[in-house]
Design a protein around this ligand. Structure first.
Ligand code: PAF
Length: 282
C-alpha cells in the first residue's frame, strides 16, 4: 500500500488503477482508525478492486471550541491497519494541499434540511464542513463507490442528499455500527474517556435499547419516555445533548407513515461528546 500526500500523486495512482479497468472504492476517514473503520475497508475490499482510504482531519468541520488540535493523529498505526485490511492506497493530504487558498474564501457545500437539527443543531457549520470536504474527496478520487459508517447517521443522510442533488456519479454504501463487547459504539473520541467514564459509557446504548423496546411495545408518550431516558443517562454521569426519534429514510420527525425509525442520541461524558443511533422497524 502506497501513501500519497499530494493531489498530483493521488491522480497518477488513480489513473493507473482506472486504466487497468479496476473498480475504485473510497473510504474517507479522519484517521485514528478502529475496528469500525476497518469494517469499512473490508466492505470496500469485497466490492472493489482498488480501495483508497483518506486520512484528513478536516479543520472545516470543527467548531471554534471543538477538538481539532487534540484530535488523535496516529498515522503509522493507521497505515499498518490499512495495509493488513487490504487497502490499496492511502491519501493523507495536509490542510494546505486540501485548502491551498485557505478556508475563509473556500466554496462551501451546504445541504439544507437534513443538516439541520440533531448534530447540526449542536454543531453549527459542522455538516457544511463535512459536505465540502467529502465533495472535494469525491472529485479528487472519482470513485465508483464511497463507504461511510452508520454511526454518523445524519452525516450519511447529508452525503446521500449532496450526491443526489449535485449528480455526483458515485454509489454511497452504508456500513453498520461496530460496537465494543459492552455495546459502546466504536469512535475515535472514546479514547478521550477516562477509566470511570469508559465504564459508564455503555449506558448510552443500553438506555437507547430500553427506549426502543418500549416504543416497540406500543408506547407513544415520547416526551415522558425521553425524560426517563435523560434521567437514566444523568444517573450514569452523562449530560444529554439530544434524543430524537426520526424517520430512518427521510430523517424527518417520525409520523404514522414511518415504517423504519431511527432513535438518535448525543450526550456528553465530561467534555467528550458521544453519539449513537438505533435503527428499527415498527
Ligand atoms: O466521518 C468522518 O470521519 C468525517 O466526517 C469524514 C466523512 C471523513 C469527513 O471528514
Amino acid at each position: 500500500m502506497n501513501t500519497v500526500h499530494t493531489l498530483p500523486q493521488l491522480r497518477a495512482a488513480i489513473a493507473q488503477a482506472r486504466s487497468a479497468g479496476q473498480r475504485i472504492a473510497l473510504v474517507p476517514t479522519m484517521g485514528n482508525l478502529h475496528a469500525g473503520h476497518i469494517a469499512l475497508i473490508k466492505h470496500a475490499v469485497a466490492r472493489a478492486d482498488f480501495v483508497v482510504a483518506s486520512i484528513f482531519v478536516n479543520p472545516l468541520q470543527f467548531g471554534p471550541n471543538e477538538d481539532l488540535d487534540s484530535y488523535p493523529r496516529t498515522l503509522a498505526a493507521d497505515q499498518k491497519q490499512l495495509l493488513e485490511a487490504g487497502c490499496s492506497l492511502l491519501f493523507n493530504p495536509s490542510p494546505e494541499e486540501m485548502y491551498p487558498q485557505g478556508m475563509a474564501q473556500h466554496t462551501n457545500v451546504s445541504v439544507p434540511g437534513v443538516s439541520e437539527g440533531l448534530c447540526g443543531g449542536s454543531r453549527p457549520g459542522h455538516f457544511d464542513g463535512v459536505a465540502t470536504v467529502v465533495c472535494k474527496l469525491l472529485n479528487m478520487v472519482q470513485p465508483d463507490m464511497a463507504l461511510f459508517g452508520e454511526k454518523d447517521f445524519q452525516q450519511l443522510a447529508v452525503i446521500r442528499k449532496m450526491v443526489a442533488d449535485l449528480n455526483i456519479p458515485v454509489q454511497i454504501l452504508a456500513v453498520p455500527i461496530v460496537r465494543d463487547h459492552d455495546g459502546l459504539a466504536l469512535s475515535s473520541r472514546n479514547g478521550y474517556l477516562n477509566a470511570q467514564q469508559r465504564a459508564s459509557a455503555p449506558a448510552l446504548y443500553r438506555s437507547m435499547q430500553a427506549v426502543q423496546a418500549q416504543i416497540k411495545n406500543g408506547r407513544r408518550d415520547y416526551a415522558t419516555l425521553f425524560e426517563q431516558f435523560k434521567h437514566d443517562l444523568q444517573a450514569a454521569g452523562f449530560r444529554l445533548d439530544y434524543v430524537e426519534l426520526r424517520d430512518a429514510h427521510s430523517l424527518k420527525l417520525a409520523d404514522a407513515q414511518s415504517t423504519q425509525l431511527v432513535l438518535l442520541a448525543a450526550a456528553y461524558l465530561g467534555t467528550t461528546r458521544l453519539i449513537d443511533n438505533l435503527i428499527f422497524d415498527l
